[in-house]
Design a protein around this ligand. Structure first.
Ligand SMILES: Cc1cc2nc3c(=O)[nH]c(=O)nc-3n(C[C@H](O)[C@H](O)[C@H](O)COP(=O)(O)O)c2cc1C
Length: 184
């Protein structure tokens, strides 16, 4: 069969399945707050279940392992340079809340802080760490959304240093209602 499909280097395949949105993950190791940027996220169920891909190369990982808690904070497009700044330095030697002017807000159930400037925050418990695949499984225990915020477009990282911004929202609720296992 004729096709216009050309072979793509397998190492670029991840850029085709764009995850999103890019998030900030906060932790507190008992001494201080820290925050990192995470592109590789996944929703794993309707019951507030998430996965992030990270590992011991990040300072935040020890806090995730030891405290079994974090907050997923969702920045918007106006925060892209902050998100990249946060993801290109380490809490090992930098107070990132101070450096990037982020305001920590006390969470209700975990010691890791919410980020006031973000569109949304989800308090999470670490329920599993799958070392073999560098996957940290999270269960959301409280969520917050700032509907007063004008900018609501989130950032989606392609993985090659470029980013896509949320576009038009399409509504197909009528077609899907009562037709999916989790419902709508
Ligand atoms: C745009 C962007 C996306 C990133 N995505 C991830 C990711 O999905 N997983 C990961 O482990 N690190 C990711 N990083 C790297 C961490 O955010 C980075 O290593 C961070 O500085 C770790 O901070 P820490 O050492 O204070 O924990 C990303 C960085 C950037 C700039």
């Amino acid at each position: 069969m004729e096709t216009d499909m050309k072979t793509l280097p397998l190492g670029r395949a991840f850029t085709l399945i764009e995850p999103g949105p890019l998030v900030l993950v906060t932790t507190n190791d008992g001494r201080k707050d820290n925050v990192m940027t995470i592109t590789w996220t996944m929703v794993t169920g309707f019951s507030a279940s998430f996965a992030i891909t990270t590992g011991p190369w990040n300072h935040s990982y020890a806090a995730l392992q030891e405290t079994r808690e974090c907050v997923i904070a969702v920045p918007t497009v106006d925060m892209i340079d902050i998100a990249i700044g946060v993801g290109t330095c380490s809490g090992r030697d930098t107070d990132k809340f101070d450096k990037f002017g982020l305001t920590p807000v006390k969470a209700r159930h975990v010691r890791a802080p919410l980020i006031s400037q973000c569109l949304a925050n989800i308090e999470c418990r670490v329920v599993d760490i799958i070392d073999r695949h560098s996957i940290v499984m999270l269960e959301g225990i409280a969520a917050y959304f700032d509907s007063s915020r004008k900018e609501k477009r989130t950032i989606h990282a392609v993985g090659d240093g470029t980013f896509i911004v949320d576009g038009r929202r399409l509504d197909r609720k009528d077609m899907m209602r009562d037709k999916l296992p989790g419902g709508l």
